[in-house]
Design a protein around this ligand. Structure first.
Ligand SMILES: NC(=O)c1ccc[n+]([C@@H]2O[C@H](COP(=O)([O-])OP(=O)(O)OC[C@H]3O[C@@H](n4cnc5c(N)ncnc54)[C@H](OP(=O)(O)O)[C@@H]3O)[C@@H](O)[C@H]2O)c1
Length: 272
């Protein structure tokens, strides 16, 4: 079954679910993981300069028989490359690593104080050149997005943030929706750190699905793009098998109560 898509504010589309690739660096593990993903229907891959696996991704995708236009590749500019010229130069290297002429989505990885304005302008230029079809940000809170209104000519297509049933950030979600910015949920399984909640367990049994599948499905019910990571083949397959059921109203009400502001990754909250 093809993965449903979400429309960006520029009219382009993104597959609702993709494979997160953070921490998969071992060559054999990486190739197995991405090939398993391709065979089970994934077409959207989330990498970053700092993940040190753009080159591996480029190699595996090149060898696959999937056409480039059927793939969706995201990468992110790492913090040390935020200088205006560094953004463009480092992104050219990313494209070379990925063996492609363009990224489907290019993000600024973090709202670096003092540097993010120029870095965003560099992304706007890259998009105008056609080297990134869509551009966005990551780890931006409301105050970072408000700040962007002072300098951005283009509203970001997406904001990739930590988001899961234990970190629901309703204000940020509402802000993004009101401003035409798609929310992309990273660490949707809370990085595997909270796998014992009785409510999620109960809902999983009710739908005959796994704990992780309920967490991923919640993101889809909320209208987010979602990028679970696994390098365990059975879990890679399991994590995309979330389009044959829906959470009902009662499930959503119960899950809403699980929000406890749990951050499992870096926090951008206090970055001015
Ligand atoms: N922009 C940013 O700053 C940022 C930050 C963090 C993450 N991300 C992106 O988001 C992606 C996902 O986030 P994440 O890697 O932090 O965490 P995640 O996807 O929430 O969780 C990954 C962990 O959950 C385990 N897992 C996966 N599927 C499972 C299943 N079905 N059952 C039980 N356990 C399962 C994985 O183990 P195994 O691999 O051993 O199966 C791994 O330990 C990243 O890979 C990256 O692409 C972006």
């Amino acid at each position: 079954m093809p993965i449903p898509t979400i429309k960006f504010n520029n009219g382009n589309y993104i597959p609702e679910l993709g494979l997160g690739l953070w921490k998969i660096k071992n060559e054999e593990e990486f190739k197995n993981t991405v090939n398993t993903a391709l065979n089970s229907g994934y077409r959207h891959f989330d990498t970053a300069q700092v993940y040190d696996n753009e080159k591996l991704l480029g190699e595996v995708l090149k060898k696959s028989d999937i056409k480039r236009e059927d793939l969706f590749i995201t990468t992110k500019i790492w913090l040390k490359n935020f200088g205006f010229n560094h953004v463009a130069k480092s992104f050219d290297k990313s494209l070379e690593n990925l063996q492609t002429d363009y990224a489907d989505l290019l993000l600024l990885h973090f709202p670096v104080t003092g540097l993010r304005r120029k870095a965003w302008q560099a992304l706007e230029n890259i998009q105008a050149e056609g080297k990134a079809l869509n551009i966005g940000v990551s780890n931006y809170m409301i105050h970072h997005l408000e700040d962007m209104k002072k300098y951005a000519k283009i509203t970001p297509q997406i904001n990739q943030v930590e988001m899961h049933v234990f970190l629901q950030q309703p204000d940020l979600v509402r802000y993004c929706q009101d401003n035409g910015i798609v929310v992309e949920a990273y660490s949707p399984i809370a990085h595997g750190k909270e796998m014992d909640d009785p409510v999620i367990k109960k809902i999983a049994i009710k739908h005959n699905k796994t704990y992780a599948q309920i967490m991923i499905r919640w993101c889809i019910e909320k209208g987010f793009v979602v990028i679970p990571k696994s390098s365990t083949p059975s879990r890679v397959i399991q994590n995309i098998d979330v389009f044959d059921f829906e959470l009902d109203k009662d499930d959503l009400v119960e899950i809403k109560k699980l929000d406890k502001n749990l951050r499992t990754c870096w926090s951008p909250v206090h970055i001015p």
